[in-house]
Design a protein around this ligand. Structure first.
Ligand SMILES: NC(=O)c1ccc[n+]([C@@H]2O[C@H](COP(=O)([O-])OP(=O)(O)OC[C@H]3O[C@@H](n4cnc5c(N)ncnc54)[C@H](O)[C@@H]3O)[C@@H](O)[C@H]2O)c1
Length: 249
């Protein structure tokens, strides 16, 4: 039970990597805030956690909205009085569009949801972590933030920004006993990479990796839990590619 008595806030926890992370945290003894725009699905994950014997609170949140994020933090502190781990998972990938066709609205939406959310969520939880002189923040970036992708400039820019944000915040809050790191998944078997590719394309892509393994949400969750654990006490400001070896640097 690596996280007994710890409180973990996981955004984007209604499905995919966030759900896998929330369930894994609960299995390891954490009390989990299951936060997502999709309230019903978040409640189902909280129910699954309770069935496992973990304490859980489902919270409806729009991570790109300041008022909504403040409400999520308030609900967390009212229920659990503290926050030890913040996992910023919520994100969007679509629409697929060339730079010359992308609307300003879609650019802003992607930046606000994928990286603005990191700012808003960290701003709410860092003060409590500072006060307890401990905390773990893990943010989901992407390999695409390193190597870019045609027709996903908005997504790539948002994820590269997450990496820069993590490094800067890590420098700010290290003296307060808080670590901040990013995970850069390769193509994982969730709804996200399926949105714009056929099943056949996804499977072909997933198989073209040095490690013959299709990444599942649980594989990404395992790395997130490592960074949240005592074993990673002196790791901060880093970004880890979890991609079965697709991209190496
Ligand atoms: N799956 C992959 O292959 C992959 C690869 C690289 C990076 N990532 C990153 O990992 C994270 C999770 O990916 P996934 O595949 O599990 O995605 P997913 O689409 O399955 O889940 C994303 C979750 O975020 C929630 N969400 C979206 N916008 C929100 C908002 N404004 N407020 C609150 N919740 C919101 C959705 O409701 C959903 O539950 C994302 O940040 C994504 O960019 C995923």
């Amino acid at each position: 039970m690596r996280f007994k008595d710890k409180v973990a806030v996981v955004t984007g926890a209604a499905q995919g990597i966030g759900r896998a992370t929330a369930l894994a945290m609960g299995r390891e003894g954490a009390k989990v805030v299951v936060a997502d725009l999709q309230a019903e699905k978040a409640q189902s994950v909280a129910n699954e956690l309770q069935a496992l014997g973990a304490e859980a609170l489902a919270v409806e949140v729009n991570v790109a909205n300041e008022t909504s994020v403040k409400r999520m933090a308030k609900s967390t502190f009212e229920r659990f009085s503290r926050a030890d781990i913040l996992v910023n998972v919520a994100g969007i990938y679509y629409p697929k569009a060339s730079v010359v066709d992308l609307s300003e609205e879609d650019w802003d939406r992607t930046i606000n949801i994928n990286v603005g959310s990191n700012f808003l969520c960290c701003r709410e939880f860092v003060p409590a972590m500072r006060a307890q002189h401990s905390g773990r923040i893990i943010s989901l970036a992407s390999g695409i933030g390193h190597y870019g992708m045609r027709q996903f400039s908005h997504y790539a820019a948002s994820k590269a920004a997450v990496i820069g944000f993590v490094k800067s915040l890590a420098r700010e809050v290290g003296p307060d006993g808080i670590t901040v790191n990013a995970i850069c998944p390769g193509s994982a078997n969730t709804s996200m990479p399926r949105q714009h590719r056929s099943e056949e394309e996804v499977m072909e892509r997933l198989r073209a990796t040095p490690l013959p393994h299709i990444l599942e949400p649980e594989d990404i969750a395992g790395s997130i839990l490592f960074l949240a654990s005592d074993a990673a006490a002196f790791i901060t400001g880093q970004s880890y590619n979890i991609n079965s070896g697709t991209y190496m640097f």
